[in-house]
Design a protein around this ligand. Structure first.
Ligand code: ADP
Ligand code: MG
Length: 249
């Protein structure tokens, strides 16, 4: 590890993935700090989701390195990466619709339990208090006994964020978390993300510029699998290259 890398939670360097010769991510480098909310923006097809797929081990890199707290993630399997402290939320929520909010959170509590084990599991005080703490964070404290399938779209998104938070990841990655949410829900989500970054870093892919403005510490603009621009929201939104390929549309 070189001296420059050691301060970063995540150091992505020279990352490339080639799908039948097409480089969806092309010699990409970026660095994420502790307690940072990094937002990745860019046009459709820029490679944003693929970057998250590479970090969480769902897609294997062709070349390059992804170092997370000193571990080389490109050499690890998906479950090992989760275990190392990386949580990832996909675009569509994957919750158990037939179970309650409480049960969904309880199932995600890190004890290596499966659905069948959890249904007969005697709830201990630690689990209950943790579930209640997380439920409050995700604005669902009054809906613990509601079936998850009956929640609004936004509430389902929050529940899934809660299911990741209860595992206490050091790096949380969210792909378009406010898509389909009302303006009020977007504001609440921004508040939620701003609250959870103590002791963790967050990477968010998002298109809603108001939301990006509300949460981003720094913004990385991707274009054709490469960094087009990077810095504060104010800086990137006035970058003529960004206006040309993305914001101007
Ligand atoms: P974004 O999230 O920025 O919209 P993606 O990362 O989903 O973009 O996709 C980047 C490019 O890579 C797109 O052209 C997409 O079609 C292509 N791509 C993504 N995943 C695969 C795959 N598994 N096989 C082939 N092409 C892929
Ligand atoms: Mg995407």
């Amino acid at each position: 590890m070189n001296a420059m890398q050691k301060d970063f939670v995540l150091a992505v360097e020279g990352l490339t993935v080639s799908f039948d010769g097409f480089k969806a991510v092309n010699d990409l480098s970026f660095y994420v700090d502790e307690n940072e909310i990094r937002v990745i923006i860019g046009p459709n097809g820029a490679g944003k989701t693929t970057v998250l797929d590479l970090i969480c081990g769902r897609t294997k890199a062709t070349t390059g390195s992804i170092r997370f707290r000193g571990k080389e993630l490109t050499k690890m399997k998906e479950h090992e990466i989760v275990h190392a402290g990386v949580g990832r939320k996909f675009q569509n929520p994957s919750i158990y619709e037939d179970l309650t909010v409480f049960e969904n959170l309880e199932l995600s509590y890190p004890k290596g339990r499966n659905v069948w084990g959890a249904l007969t599991f005697k709830r201990d005080k630690d689990v209950i208090s943790k579930v209640e703490e997380i439920a409050e964070m995700i604005f669902l404290q009054d809906l613990l006994n509601k079936e998850a399938g009956l929640l609004s779209h936004g509430q389902k998104q929050w529940l899934e964020i809660g299911m990741l938070l209860i595992q206490n990841p050091d790096l949380l990655m969210l792909d378009e978390p406010v898509a389909g949410m009302s303006v009020a829900e977007r504001k609440q989500t921004a508040e939620l993300l701003n609250r959870i970054t103590k002791n963790r870093s967050v990477i968010v892919i998002e298109h809603d510029m108001q939301f990006v403005q509300d949460i981003a510490h720094r913004v990385t603009v991707l274009h054709q699998g490469k960094v087009l621009s990077e810095g504060s929201m104010d800086r990137v939104k006035h970058d003529p290259k960004v206006v040309e390929v993305y914001l101007g549309h």
